[in-house]
Ligand binder design. Structure first.
Ligand SMILES: Cc1cc2nc3c(=O)[nH]c(=O)nc-3n(C[C@H](O)[C@H](O)[C@H](O)COP(=O)(O)OP(=O)(O)OC[C@H]3O[C@@H](n4cnc5c(N)ncnc54)[C@H](O)[C@@H]3O)c2cc1C
Length: 382
């Protein structure tokens, strides 16, 4: 850390955030509320589309929404009070009481986006480079700016991380997550009953599927308006990855193939496998899903989360496997802790150093936990 940075006051900073998804908005709102001068640059040109579907509404997400007066979390969440495992025939193998709270990516994003000022949220603005020593940021259109603090919340394929830590690469597991979202009006009463108020699983031979209710596309949690969200972890065989991740345009994707872009034979084969091996309610759910999609499962660890004036936050720094259900919650707590460190320390350098220590340690532990859950507990992946 340079001497200048160590002595620089942290009370009111100019902040540029690269990435306007969950991590960028949590940070933007937290730092804006604390009186910093924050601007968000998001590369997508329009409103961000949902990346998928359901998320577990961990306490840090709910606390963020209520403590920042954004929305009463109860209005955008659904609850389960029972965790069930089914047999292949669909009978209940085990049932335990367990309290879980769920929401959807789009319901949370919509609330966060509405809580951040439009005039400081710039879409279609791609960060192409930065200089950590003086906070200089370069954009794709040739514009340049400089900030006291640059927060890279630009996701698992972070441009900032590629520049600062080019040796950091995702490590792919040998299984993927097939996913889908279905309006509850599209399924039978028996299917709704299997998932309403219940977090329901089926574990087969190197395969695991789970489903739960989430708010509807408009965020409503009223019965009849909700959707069912399923995630199916399934092992890859041979060179299947290349085939699955080649989308309808023939392009080879590394991380995901979005709804409507799975090649026909790939989708048909996975639907067939659902009918063959899943309990009837899960098979019905997959069959009713109009546009399933697939995401790669990978571990990603960065050696540190700050370099001079730049912070890597959320998925840009660490990606843990989704079994931890913690990606969005971690982005929220990274942001809250960054704001707290800036409050606690009179110098920017000290604040970033203490935040880096604590959050890097947390990120490493989360990645290790996700790996253990996938590789050992669920007998999935290498
Ligand atoms: C199968 C699966 C299941 C999951 N389930 C859960 C769950 O149950 N609970 C949970 O909490 N999380 C879950 N997650 C994780 C969750 O989606 C993310 O961890 C979380 O949203 C953190 O996002 P982020 O803002 O850091 O990154 P992202 O959401 O990836 O956002 C990055 C943003 O930066 C923008 N961007 C990228 N590059 C640039 C650039 N150069 N310039 C400007 N903008 C840029 C992108 O357009 C994007 O908007 C799951 C993930 C997977 C794969």
């Amino acid at each position: 850390m340079s001497q200048d940075l160590a002595n620089e006051p942290s009370d009111s900073l100019s902040v540029t955030i690269s990435g306007g998804s969950m991590g960028g908005l949590f940070t933007g709102i937290a730092l804006d509320n604390a009186g910093h001068d924050v601007t968000v640059a998001e590369q997508s040109a329009g409103d961000l589309r949902s990346r998928g579907g359901g998320i577990v509404a961990q306490q840090s997400i709910r606390q963020f929404l209520s403590r920042h007066d954004i929305v009463d979390p109860a209005t955008i969440t659904t609850r389960a009070s029972e965790r069930r495992f089914l047999t292949a025939d669909g009978d209940v193998r085990t049932s335990t009481s367990d309290s879980m709270v769920f929401t959807s990516w789009d319901a949370v994003y919509r609330q966060l986006r509405a809580a951040f000022p439009d005039d400081r949220y710039h879409t279609g603005r791609t960060v192409t480079g930065l200089r950590a020593t003086d906070g200089a940021v370069r954009f794709a259109d040739g514009d340049r700016t400089a900030a006291d603090l640059v927060v890279a919340a630009d996701g698992g394929q972070s441009t900032a991380r590629a520049q600062l830590f080019p040796e950091t690469e995702p490590e792919f597991a040998d299984y993927v997550a097939w996913r889908g979202v279905v309006p509850e009006t599209d399924v039978s009463d028996a299917v709704i009953d299997a998932f309403d108020g219940r977090f329901t699983f089926y574990q087969g031979e190197r395969t695991l599927i789970l489903a739960y209710c989430i708010p509807g596309g408009d965020g409503s949690t009223a019965p009849g308006d909700r959707r069912l969200n399923w995630v199916w972890y399934d092992t890859l065989r041979g060179r299947e990855r290349d085939i699955i991740f080649t989308d309808t345009t023939g392009a080879s994707q590394q991380f995901s193939v979005s709804p409507g872009h799975l090649q026909n034979p790939v989708e048909t084969r996975q639907r067939g496998r659902a009918t063959e091996i899943l309990p009837p309610v899960f098979a019905d759910l997959v069959a009713t899903t109009a546009a399933p999609f697939v995401q790669a499962i990978y571990d990603l660890k960065t050696p540190q989360m700050t370099v001079d004036r730049v912070c890597l936050l959320g998925d840009a720094a660490f990606v843990a496997r989704p079994h931890t259900a913690a990606g969005t919650a971690k982005a929220a707590s990274d942001a809250v802790e960054l704001k707290a460190a800036l409050d606690r320390h009179s110098s920017l350098g000290d604040a970033l150093a203490s935040w880096d220590d604590a959050r890097t340690d947390y990120g490493e532990r989360l990645v290790a936990q996700g790996k253990r859950m996938g590789d050992e507990r669920l007998s999935l992946g290498s």
